[in-house]
Design a protein around this ligand. Structure first.
Ligand code: C5P
Length: 435
């Protein structure tokens, strides 16, 4: 039997802190935070000037530390002017060591943000080489490390770089990016440094309290495939990007996440328990089996409404003329969970090509959901297979529009909106709250 916990006071801290107001001024969560901004050698270092400016604008204290190679791409003077602090670069610098020694600096930092992180720098960090000030600081500091890689797409794909990334991740480093797109060298692919604004957002996220710690969330993601015969199926254009972004944001905020996913070309976020399925029936069975001890259910999957009545054992042959396929309805997974007695908080999605909020409101009521996130799909809109999306979150007593943005960022904003709703619903299990 589920045992509900009422709203906990500490729970909404992240939203409150993020938007804490003082005399009408919105304070950033980065206000007063001590950031050691490491810069290694990559052409993307020119973007670090903007990054430093944004961080200072958010009220952070920024100490730039540059490698030798970084100083060939951007001058320390630029960083000094933007941060208001002398840039550190030398390990054996008598004057600086007398003022704030490198060990003191390592202790001062609340976060070490390396942007750009070059392939060479990551190799040295992975290898534990304390052969310059920046790597030495990384080894000496207990602060979490966030790396924004920047390099040629071929380098990023190289096996030695992949190994170093895996190793650094295993040791707790957080990777911010890289992004995909045109590169300074003329190539196109994965390896661009994330935009400074995005790095600032993700750095801010790293300071948010783990407001979902002790909560178990199940979500569905991606499309389903409904087999016609051994080689053909019915499906849709869902990429799974929204669901995977939400799973990742939930993990960042400390939730235990179980994701039941249809076939997608994405790797699951670290720490997420992934159950791979193909058909709607398999998705339904996996959800029903695991839902009993979940606090929240988020249905992002684009579940096929129908499946063929009969799955042919052998490949069906062309017959000439019209071909009729008899379909039967699939179980509605979301409705089944939402109507469970003592069930979890349920958030559904409504993807429509028109009249999206009207349909979503009707769905919210009809499926007895706690909230629904509506988005337009098709045409120039975001939605299916795109990196960007806009959502209108609707619940029985209100709604909030979240404008077009990267799905990864949208995921965090969506959590910000539903966190207070979940609290109000009281749909948390007492027995799941960890100390
Ligand atoms: O009814 P409709 O398919 O428009 O509802 C969309 C919402 O319901 C999505 O959240 C989707 O994941 C969920 N759904 C489901 N099982 C189905 C069909 C939709 O969970 N069979």
């Amino acid at each position: 039997m589920r045992n509900r916990r009422l709203a906990g006071e500490n729970y909404s801290l992240s939203c409150m802190e993020f938007h804490a107001c003082s005399r009408g001024i919105t304070l950033s969560i980065l206000d007063g935070k001590r950031i050691l901004l490491g810069i290694s050698g990559s052409i993307a270092a020119y973007k670090t000037a903007e990054l430093a400016r944004l961080l200072i604008g958010q009220g952070a204290e920024v100490q730039a530390v540059m490698t030798d190679a970084a100083r060939r791409f951007i001058t320390p003077m630029t960083l000094q002017a933007l941060t208001g602090r002398t840039v550190r670069a030398e390990l054996f610098d008598a004057a600086h060591e007398a003022a704030m020694g490198h060990i003191e600096l390592a202790r001062w930092a609340q976060r070490i943000l390396i942007a750009p992180a070059s392939a060479g720098f990551m190799a040295r960090l992975a290898g534990g080489y304390a052969n310059d000030l920046l790597t030495t600081l990384c080894l000496a500091s207990p602060a979490p490390r966030l790396l924004a890689p920047a390099m040629n797409q071929g380098m990023w794909a190289d096996a030695s770089v992949r190994d170093n990334v895996t190793l650094l991740r295993q040791r707790g480093a957080t990777f911010l990016g890289p992004d995909e797109g045109g590169q300074a060298c003329g190539d196109n692919g994965l390896g661009r440094m994330l935009a400074p604004e995005r790095i600032v957002d993700l750095l801010a996220v790293s300071f948010q309290p783990e407001s979902w710690r002790g909560r178990r969330v199940m979500l569905t993601a991606g499309p389903t495939r409904e087999a016609i015969d051994p080689v053909r199926y019915l499906s849709n254009h869902s990429s799974g990007k929204m669901g995977y972004a939400i799973a990742s944001a939930l993990r960042e905020r400390g939730a235990e996440v179980v994701m039941v996913s249809g076939p997608v070309a994405l790797s699951p976020p670290e720490g997420v328990r992934l159950i791979r399925v193909e058909s709607a029936e398999q998705m339904y069975n996996a959800v029903i089996q695991g839902i009993h001890d979940c606090d929240v259910f988020i249905a992002t999957a684009a579940v096929a409404d129908y499946r063929p009545v009969k799955i042919h054992k052998k490949k069906t042959k062309k017959q000439g003329g019209e071909f009729t396929l008899r379909l039967t309805p699939n179980p509605d997974i979301l409705r089944s969970v939402a109507t469970l007695k003592n069930g979890p908080f349920t958030l559904g999605f409504a993807a429509e090509t028109h009249d999206v909020t009207e349909y979503a409101r009707a769905k919210l009521k009809d499926k007895q959901l706690d909230a629904i996130a509506a988005n337009l799909v098709g045409g120039d809109q975001g939605g299916f297979a795109r990196d960007e999306n806009a959502l209108t979150v609707i619940w029985p007593t209100g709604e909030q529009h979240l404008g077009m943005r990267d799905k990864r960022e949208l995921a965090y904003r969506l959590l910000d909106v539903i966190e207070p709703l979940i609290l109000e619903s009281g749909k948390f299990m007492e027995c799941r709250v960890k100390t």
